[in-house]
Design a protein. Structure first.
Length: 216
């Protein structure tokens, strides 16, 4: 199994709760990181990655979570989000998301055991002409076009064995959060989310990574 260089989180990501902070405020945003159990690169498997993002972007999740940005990496998920109602709070909403996605993970694990196959992104993508690629960039940046992982060349993508799906837990018990304090902090976290796949070496430009999104 090839060596996988995991992303090093900056120090601002931590699990400490600020004294007196109202986690039920609908006006606050948090940078949230969920990490897979034992940091297994489970989301290298395309069907599981798609299932996780389908759950994240479902009406059931978005009615509770004010999602502004996300990127799903092979072994973790970054979110920039707040809660949509004062009756909710971030820990409970994230807890519900983790519980439901764990069920999706169990289902996918059974499929892998039955078929013996894990679906990784293609390693033999036919590249488009440079002029054609440049023409697509504005549409990608404006959210008018979504790349499918099947047709994207993701370099340095980790391999994952079926044995990695034996474990019961999908996520680590704790998640890491950072409260967005000002506009500069917001810009830094948006840039971090956008550039995470680039820094990991998966794509040359953030707009080419199929598991990143920004919402109004």
């Amino acid at each position: 199994m090839p060596q996988f260089d995991y992303v090093t989180y900056p120090s601002r990501y931590n699990s400490l709760r600020l004294l007196g902070y109202d986690y039920a405020s609908t006006r606050k945003l948090c940078a949230i990181t969920l990490v897979t159990d034992v940091r297994r690169p489970l989301f290298a498997d395309m069907p599981l990655a798609k299932a996780i993002l389908t759950c994240l972007l479902s009406p059931q999740t978005l009615t509770k979570l004010q999602l502004r940005a996300f990127t799903l990496m092979p072994d973790h998920l970054h979110l920039l989000a707040g809660i949509s109602s004062p009756d909710l709070d971030i820990p409970n909403v994230i807890g519900g998301f983790k519980s439901f996605t764990t069920q999706l993970y169990w289902k996918r694990s059974q499929e892998i055991f039955a078929s013996g196959e894990i679906s990784l992104p293609s390693q033999n993508v036919s590249k488009a002409d440079v002029r054609e690629s440049r023409a697509l960039v504005p549409a990608l940046l404006n959210g008018q076009l979504t790349l499918r992982p099947e047709v994207v060349e993701l370099k340095n993508w980790p391999s994952v064995r079926s044995e990695s799906f034996v474990k019961k837990h999908l996520w680590q018990a704790r998640f890491f959060d950072h409260i967005i304090r000002n506009d500069n902090d917001l810009r830094e976290n948006l840039e971090y989310i956008a550039m995470n796949p680039v820094r990991a070496g998966y794509v040359s430009q953030s707009c080419f990574y199929p598991y990143t999104g920004f919402l109004d």
